[in-house]
Write a protein that binds this ligand. Sequence first.
Ligand code: HPA
Ligand code: ZN
Length: 338
Amino acid sequence: MPNIAEFIQKLPKAELHLHLEGSLEPELMFDLARRNKIAIPFNAVEDIRAAYNFSNLQDFLDIYYQGMNVLHGKEDYYDLTMGYIKKIQQDNCLHTEVFFDPQAHLERGIEFPVIMAGITSALKDAEKDFGITSRLIMCFLRHLPEEDAFKTLKLAENFLPHIAAVGLDSSELGHPPSKFARVFKAAKERGLLSVAHAGEEGPPQYIYQALDLLNIDRIDHGNRAMEDPVLIERLRSERMTLTVCPLSNLKLCVVNSLRDHPIKPMLQAGIRATINSDDPSYFGGYLNDNYLAVANAVDLDKSDLVTLAKNSFSGSFLSEKEINHHIHQIDAYATSHT
Ligand code: HPA
Ligand code: ZN
């Protein structure tokens, strides 16, 4: 019988919560700084990693927005995306739904088509060269006015066939989902699906707003739902997917220890929870690192891991047929590896 690490390694899985800009490894940051002749306030890769100590979400975001300043040309966005794809290929991740933050680039003078060209050509190569399928999710930065999000949606107009959904990220506290109700409605009218970060630092009320005012198809994080029994029952009965990120939760002090992580209570409550890496370069681990760390911390067994992997496909934006195909693969794997 294989141990848990081996079992996770070969388990077919999808990732549903990943910020491409959060997969910018320090080595690539240096390369791009050199390529684009941009000064960065670090002398070595180790100095960058040493700066990654955060006590809350905002601490991290300040460094995250600074890090992505090295991204300029379409080849930079290609290298960023392809770097991430190569990492998850090693994790036997077969499908990924990735976020990008166009506003963080537009405000530095980078043009929308440049960003799209780099990311989409890497995602196309990911499927051609590695068989990894993907969806792209365009996030609005919630610390900016809704008007800015509308401008971004307009810029995306010519690229809608490449964008599956809109999302909502950045500083949560003080920026409730209600602030973006109109732009999410406009996105829905354009045929886009939607997701939103809610309940990472914000209260359960923000999760209710994401459900009722944004009509989201999936919740990113959602940890604080566990404070509210009525909400827990609603998430279960509506089969709402939560994209949970254990190492992110630890690094951003959403939990004090991985032993306190709510993933097991979520599964026990019948919530469709999934495991994801969020910003792997900043939080110390890619997809399998997240599975393994939380499995060890809260004693997930193989049947929990199989449920999490199945949830990652059933909560994805793949077609019913593709989802069933992956779930059968997981069943076959589980039967032959337990
Ligand atoms: N939360 C909110 N915004 C973000 C995150 C996150 O975990 N990562 C990148 N932007
Ligand atoms: Zn996130």
